[in-house]
Design a protein around this ligand. Structure first.
Ligand SMILES: [Zn+2]
Length: 158
């Protein structure tokens, strides 16, 4: 996958930062995740067994069923984030969204632009080592807690 530099202006502190990203409109089944350190992950949702697990868990929730398709997709991404191993710097990954400003941590973006400049970041494949070491009960608790928080974060739209 060819990654290009996407530029962001933080709405909270004005810091400019960039992420290595790509337009995935024609890459069905592929997601990108970013860490604040700049690391990039590629998730192959078709082959990632944990993704299927998370999607099934989220879809089965009665609160989720009331949400739009777009909102449900975002909820799956938010919950899936907790199953990803952090990068070498210990930073967590954010799926299909900014991981936050490297200077202040805010995820509010004042301005953003895709560019055609190639990025020198090399994406790595998603791994779930920590997640896989949890018991079934620990996973169920973690998924439920994350989904609860994600639902609370997401305003119930029409
Ligand atoms: Zn900032």
């Amino acid at each position: 996958m060819r990654l290009t530099r996407w530029l962001y202006d933080c709405a909270s502190c004005g810091h400019q930062y960039e992420l290595a990203a790509a337009d995935l409109s024609f890459s069905y089944g592929t997601l990108l995740a970013h860490a604040r350190s700049g690391s990039v992950l590629i998730v192959d949702v078709v082959r990632d067994g944990v993704f299927a697990e998370v999607r099934d868990f989220v879809s089965a929730d009665s609160q989720v069923m009331k949400r739009s398709v777009r909102d449900r997709t975002v909820l799956v991404h938010r919950v899936f984030e907790i199953t990803l191993d952090p990068d070498d710097a210990g930073d967590r990954y954010s799926v299909q969204r900014t991981p936050g400003c490297p200077a202040c941590g805010s995820t509010k973006v004042a301005w953003f632009q895709e560019t055609d400049d190639p990025s020198d970041r090399v994406p790595v494949a998603a791994t779930h080592s920590s997640w896989d070491s949890l018991t079934a009960a620990e996973k169920a608790n973690a998924l439920a807690a994350r989904l609860h928080a994600a639902l609370a974060d997401q305003p119930e739209g029409p």
